[in-house]
Design a protein. Sequence first.
Length: 493
Amino acid sequence: MEHFGYKPSLNRSIGKFASFAAGVSYISILTGTFQLFYFGFGTAGAAYLWSWPIVFVGQLAVALCFMELAAKYPIAGSVYNWAKILGSKFVGWFSGWMMLTASIVTIAAVVLALDSTLPRIWPGFRVIGSDDLSVTSPENAVLLGTILIICTTVINAFGVKLMSVINSTGVFIELIAAVLIAIILAFNIERGPDVFFSTNGYGDGVSGGYLGAFLIASLASGYVMYGFDTASSLGEETNEPRKTAPKAILRAILASFVIGGAILVFAILAAPDLNDPLLAEKSGGLQYLIEQVMVSPLGTIFLICIVIAVFVCTLAVHTAAIRMSFAMARDNALPFGESLAKVHPRYQTPVVPAVTIGVLAVLILVININQPQIFTVLTSIAIIMIYIAYLLVTGPLLIQRFKGNWPPPDLERDGFFTMGRWGLVVNIFAVVWGFLMALNLAWPRESVYGVGWYNAWGAFIYIGIIAGVGFLWYFTVGSRSIGVLKSHAAETK
């Protein structure tokens, strides 16, 4: 902490499993696989699943770079602080701004999954809109999502111990449920793996043929495997963080790849009819497939587990966003920095950021009303901004490697994680991967962003607006005022 010029102010009480759970819950195997299966399968068919290992390899390269950084600097707002120390004050601020705004958007995107799951458990959860569950109800999705955001706001405001217990319990249930879902699906296989080696007519009429369709469908896999840096962002509240955080990052992404991949593979092999149009509809998707394959009580139990996964995912994303805003605010790198950096004396958590982020997420959520395309747009924009934030870390890290400044000698000397001679190759791949994937996700496509130039170029427009607002503040106020607040500065001897 003294290396960054801060005095400790957060409660250090997170253990090894809780650190791992923080990364897993942000990635959220069940939330991600169930939320966008319909999009991936509907766009490129069963063979879209090849995007799963491709995305994993790319994100693993990023995760390995982050593991080295976590072994050296396990600190709140990890991406922001890493970019700041590797690059410059501006690079750090821009990375943090992208990550913070993306996390707020992600909260709004994640909670929308409730409306596609809760009413299947009990029709009474469809408070607003048609009783026909094959018809989506944006208004109901906003209502349920708002209630969930209020809950995560309260939990985060009442301390890291409460958040950690709830999150760890939820992740434990999610992991058990995910493994059981994969096993049960495996015992109900209807076809062989040859389905993954055929385009099955998908890609016809799409620009670029099947490759074009496949690149679009890769959004469904890209949506799942990010957020593993959360384990390091909670470093100031973790016991032995320099050893715990890197392991938590690796375990989180590996668990997500293996278990999530097993669910997707066996789901496609077990589907009664791959030509069923509901598999490619938001109102159907993987939830509908589970209901078809499993007997009613069992299917309902697993749907409840999916709701739990959505809950802890929202909680983890909210927690990560709070830590990012706190980290930036104590550097006075956000408007109203003094208020946002204030730690509650009793709960030892930043309460103001918890409430502020919750309110902003609800406001974004309201945009979903009468905008059926907005979920995919929100999801894509959030992922792109996170890829940009990651690039602002892996890029400067690569430059430091070329200069011979990384890795620091104490990592290997003291037994902390380091990639050694493989670091340069992995780092280069991580930068190239991040740039190409961000470009792929942002590319104007009607199937993702809808019709009209303002929608087709939505990623560039909306991200440009978010960046522009940030730049306006930074170059008029921030560049002159950024610096560790006196209330958080380390005491000088």
